[in-house]
Structures are given as structure tokens and as C-alpha cells.
Design a binder for this molecule. Structure first.
Ligand code: IMP
Length: 427
């Protein structure tokens, strides 16, 4: 399996690390690559009962023998990068190699300042960002005033770029937001302080990855955020500022689409979302609270409680389509062990009409209410199941029904947080 993409099919936090773990059991993974987003992501990895969280580092950092790559499409906070690395080292974890693209854009502390003041300025229209400076860093990139990793190794270029970046920003900060201006010297000093430690990690990651694929090595592109948070295909404007969909992987890594062999969409057996924005199957009742409690639905990055709701097959079909999924990996099925009856959203009702596909406009999506089909629960602890046949009949029916209505086959299922708590449906 040379090039595999694992991405989120809903609003993030689907448990993508589980799919990676299952892949690693059959094929050793040589490279694990992040291609978009920054330290707004949150991967939780449980190894031998110990919990590890990474935000910027690919989860492969904890996979022995794998090299982790932060590719050009990522926005890199050097501060977050070294904080995470040092955190893992302090716990005595064996970590693999790490390579960072020279072309990745840098998040400096002022990006986070701007993220937070912008959110405050938006008031009730705020996006509910992670406050990590992701949007402002991508805005600088698109506005062609961004700072790239390679710039940290040439002080005079760095200074010129920081001056250009802060020029307009400082007008905004002082005249619109009533804040103090950010000093060029402070930013230059902040960024230079990381350059020596960063330098040995920096490479042309597009070349590195293409050469690895030429040699037949296995490259796993590990998605962050998710389809419905995609800047183009998500619930704009309540999205992140990058393209977590499969197409974004090629841009974010410098790898052509013809090289990708599998695109795995990770999807929870129910739905969650953090931050603002429409969410048709959201629950505001005891079931929502139970999903939140049993599923441990607290954001890894920000500690915010996740909004919870039932599985949405319209979202699943959409994710199948815009990503060209070859398969799904269904996570957290065990969270549903406790229900007598499990609703699944099969379509929406919008202004009195049944709609089977993702509506075209934001207005329609805001008006969408779920049309549910109901499945009998299994009321059994399935966390010990290791094959599809081990699952109680009603759980099998649930998985098969989701597969039927979601647009791609279900390759594997997660039945608990541990690395081994997975089962293969279609090998
Ligand atoms: P930003 O990425 O910090 O700009 O936040 C934009 C939106 O994406 C907010 O609703 C965040 O809560 C959401 N978001 C960003 N990263 C993640 C993630 O890894 N999981 C879930 N939601 C995320």
C-alpha cells in the first residue's frame, strides 16, 4: 500500500489515529505526513494504556521506524513543535525521525494574537477557532506576506518579510482593534531563536516523499481537521483555513493525485463538532449528554466540550464524493452499546422537501432538519470483539446499514480506544 490518505469525514475528532494503527498492523509505515492545518489538530494515541496527545506532530511520531513529515501545506508554530517534542521526550517515549518542509509557512505568536482579537471583534458571528493563529497564518500565505520555514535561516530576508507582514497588520491592530503594534524586532528575535534547532530537520519534503514512493515505500498522509471543516467544501465560513479534503493532500505535500492508492475516510458511529456552525443532527437532550459523556467528547486541543448528535449519512455520502473515498473506517461503535434504539439521519427535510444530498447553499443547510431511520440497539459490551462475526447481530446490521447508505465500503471498525480494539469488515 504505497500511498494512503487517512482523513476525517465529518467535523474532525473522528479518531483518525485508529485507522493508522490498523494499517500499521499489516504493513510497516515508512512515512507519516501532515499536509494541512497546524497545531489546531488533536490526535490522541493510547499505547499500553498511556494516553498521548499531539497537535502539530503527525501521530507517526510514536510509530517506531516511521519518519514523520510536516509538509509544505502545514502552518508550523516552532514554539508548538518544540513544546510537543520536548513533552514526549520528557515522558521517555521513543520517537522517530522528523522532517519539516522548507516551504511550510510559519505561525509566530502575533498570528495567535490576531486570531483572538478577530474572534472577539466578530462577537456573535465568531467562528469558534482554536485561537492558535491558523487563519491569520494562512491569510498571510494567500496574501503573499507569509514567512516560510526557509526564511528563518536568512536573517535579512526574514526581517524584510516580517516588516511586510506587520505593515498592514499593525494598522489594523492599532486603528481598528485598538491594540498595541507588534514590534518587528520582537518577531524576528522570536523566530530566530528556533532556527538552530530547526535547521537539521528541514528538507525538500516533496522530493523526499516522491523518492520514497519511487522506491515502493509506504507513505501515510494523515489528515487533520476534516471534510466538513474544509475551506472550500465545508460549512463555510465555519471552517478551518486549509483544505483537509483528499485534494488538499496533493497540494499540501507536492505529490500528484495519480500516486495516491487509497483514500480512507474516518467517520464516527455518531457525529461531533466543536466550534460554531450548522450541525443538523445535533442533540440538546439526555442522548446528546450521554454521547458526550460515554464518548469522552472533550476537545484534545482546546478542552472544549464537543457538540454531539446522531450519524448523518448525508454528510457521509458527501465525504465519499468530495474525497473520492475508497473506504471508510468507522470509529467508536462501542459508544452506542447503551441505546435501545439508534437513530440514523438518512436525508434532510428542508422547507418541507426531502433532500438526499448535501444542499447547495448555506441557507438551505441551516434550515435542514434530519429525517431519521431507527435501528435496534445491541445493549452488549462490544469492546472485546475482534472480528465482524464477534459483533452482536444488531451491531452488524447497524454497520451494514451505514455502509449501504454512506457511499463507500466500511473497511474497519473501532470498538475502543486501545490500538488493538479494531476489527476488519472488508480486508
Ligand atoms: P481554526 O482551525 O483554529 O481556525 O478553527 C476553525 C474551526 O475549525 C473551529 O470550529 C475549530 O473548532 C475547528 N477545528 C480546527 N481544528 C480542529 C480539529 O482538529 N478537530 C475539530 N475541530 C477543529
Amino acid at each position: 500500500m504505497p500511498a494512503v490518505v487517512v482523513l476525517g469525514a465529518q467535523w474532525g475528532d473522528e479518531g483518525k489515529g485508529k485507522a493508522t494503527d490498523l494499517l500499521a498492523t499489516t504493513d510497516p509505515i515508512d512515512y507519516v505526513v501532515r499536509t494541512s492545518g497546524g497545531h489546531n489538530a488533536g490526535h490522541t494515541i493510547v499505547i499500553d494504556g498511556e494516553k498521548y496527545a499531539t497537535h502539530l506532530l503527525p501521530s507517526g511520531i510514536l510509530t517506531p521506524g516511521a519518519t514523520s513529515v510536516i509538509a509544505n501545506g502545514v502552518v508550523v508554530s516552532p514554539e508548538a513543535l518544540f513544546r510537543e517534542l520536548d513533552g514526549l521526550l520528557a515522558r521517555g517515549v521513543e520517537i522517530g525521525g522528523l522532517v519539516v518542509s522548507a516551504n511550510a509557512h510559519v505561525i509566530a505568536s502575533y498570528h495567535s494574537v490576531i486570531d483572538k482579537v478577530t474572534e472577539r471583534f466578530l462577537g456573535k458571528n465568531q467562528i469558534g477557532t482554536t485561537g492558535r493563529g491558523i487563519g491569520p497564518a494562512y491569510a498571510d500565505k494567500v496574501g503573499r506576506v507569509g514567512i516560510r520555514v526557509a526564511d528563518l535561516f536568512d536573517e535579512s530576508i526574514l526581517r524584510q518579510k516580517v516588516e511586510a507582514a506587520l505593515d498592514l497588520r499593525n494598522h489594523l491592530l492599532t486603528k481598528v482593534y485598538n491594540r498595541r503594534a507588534i514590534e518587528v524586532d520582537e518577531v524576528v528575535a522570536e523566530l530566530l531563536s528556533y532556527s538552530e534547532r530547526l535547521r537539521p530537520m528541514v528538507a525538500d519534503t516533496s522530493l523526499l516523499l516522491n523518492q520514497a514512493l519511487d522506491r515502493g515505500q509506504t507513505v501515510l498522509f494523515e489528515g487533520a481537521q476534516a471534510t466538513m471543516l474544509d475551506l472550500d467544501h465545508g460549512t463555510y465560513p465555519f471552517v478551518t483555513s486549509s483544505n483537509p479534503v483528499a485534494g488538499g493532500v496533493c497540494v499540501g505535500a507536492g505529490v500528484g493525485p495519480t500516486r495516491i492508492d487509497r483514500v480512507i475516510g474516518v467517520i464516527k458511529a455518531y457525529t461531533t463538532r466543536v466550534g460554531s456552525g450548522p450541525f443538523p443532527t445535533e442533540l440538546f437532550d439526555a442522548d446528546g449528554e450521554a454521547l458526550q459523556r460515554i464518548g469522552g467528547e472533550i476537545g484534545v486541543s482546546t478542552g472544549r466540550t464537543r457538540r454531539c448528535g446522531w450519524y448523518d449519512a448525508v454528510v457521509a455520502r458527501y465525504a465519499s464524493r468530495v474525497n473520492g473515498l475508497t473506504e471508510f473506517f468507522l470509529t467508536k461503535l462501542d459508544v452506542l452499546d447503551h441505546w435501545d434504539r439508534i437513530p440514523v439521519c438518512v436525508a434532510y427535510e428542508i422547507d418541507g422537501q426531502r433532500v438526499d444530498e448535501m444542499p447547495m447553499t448555506q441557507t438551505e443547510f441551516h434550515h435542514a432538519t434530519p429525517i431519521y431511520e431507527y435501528f435496534d440497539g445491541w445493549k452488549t459490551d462490544i469492546s472485546g470483539c475482534r472480528t465482524f462475526a464477534d459483533l452482536p447481530k444488531n451491531a452488524q446490521v447497524y454497520v451494514e446499514a451505514l455502509e449501504e447508505m454512506s457511499g463507500s465500503k466500511i473497511w474497519g471498525v473501532g470498538v475502543g480506544p486501545g490500538r488493538e480494539q479494531t476489527l476488519v469488515v472488508h480486508g
